[in-house]
Design a protein around this ligand. Sequence first.
Ligand code: NAD
Length: 317
Amino acid sequence: MKVLITGVAGFIGSNLADRLLELGHQVTGFDNFSTGQEEFLSKARGFAGFRLERGDILELDALTAAMRGADLVVHLAANADVRFGGLHPRKDLEQNTIGSANVLEAMRLCGVGRVAFASTGSIYGEPAVFPTPEDAPFPVQTSLYGASKLAAEGLMEAYAETFGIQVYIFRFVSILGERYSHGHVFDFFRQLREHPDRLEVLGDGRQRKSYLYVQDCIDAILIALEKSRVRVNIFNLGTSEYCRVEDSIGWICEHLHLNPRRTYTGGDRGWVGDNPFIFLDCSRIRDLGWAPRLTIREGIVRTVEYLQNNPWVLERR
Ligand SMILES: NC(=O)c1ccc[n+]([C@@H]2O[C@H](COP(=O)([O-])OP(=O)(O)OC[C@H]3O[C@@H](n4cnc5c(N)ncnc54)[C@H](O)[C@@H]3O)[C@@H](O)[C@H]2O)c1
């Protein structure tokens, strides 16, 4: 396959590029390096089948030129941080919705027939059903990030109906692992490096969250692409467990041999759009034969080890 990955220099994109190249596929990466890192591409650059195009998905001409000849687009480029939506209210709309519309339009112009899209469990807002299946109602959107991703999902489905392309929509829980560069483990690790004796926790620490290891996430994407063949394919991706933020802190501190004094900003959520409980029903992808290899705890420890070995990542975000 010839695969174009938008957001190739990011956490998930660079891991996916390495995997596809190892499997013998050709990969063209497209990235504006807004949050992506050159270092994440060092392995990919060692493959003859890898090509990098620097560019912005908001520039349709450049995107279309990079996409020519691709069999599959994996669209990961986005503003991936849910937390700061209120600080720049147009960013999610532009990066996540209009950017996705451009990806679809470039595909139409180039005649590319398949796209895999990184959506998010945040689109469920605060659902009433747990674990939450793909066909759960979306009661109310709670973040600009989630709303922008849900709008992009709608565009994907509409392009599938209108132009006959095949779409794969993956609603991830939070992803962990090597090259992780944003999220709660990152924040806690950075704090503990600066002041090992204290830790500020956003919210009351009782939020229940589900996390998935990045290689398990990639396994699921590849299995879905191989085995699910309808026009619109929608999959939740997560583990069949959840933990409390407090559990996660305990595992991180145990691994680091620290016992910091914890302070809490209070309330049942840490920021606008922080869902107190995320737990997705992943039986649809499991029915295709996928199962995660790491538990949440193992994924968190693996992530801390990565950050310990790569402290430069902490300076970049
Ligand atoms: N990491 C998670 O926990 C998680 C959870 C749910 C969904 N997702 C989604 O998965 C995707 C990848 O997330 P990630 O964690 O790897 O994020 P990331 O920030 O590490 O990677 C995003 C990449 O996209 C690039 N990019 C951003 N805007 C761009 C633009 N306008 N043009 C070209 N490139 C651009 C960045 O430079 C970066 O390399 C995102 O769409 C994100 O919303 C991630």
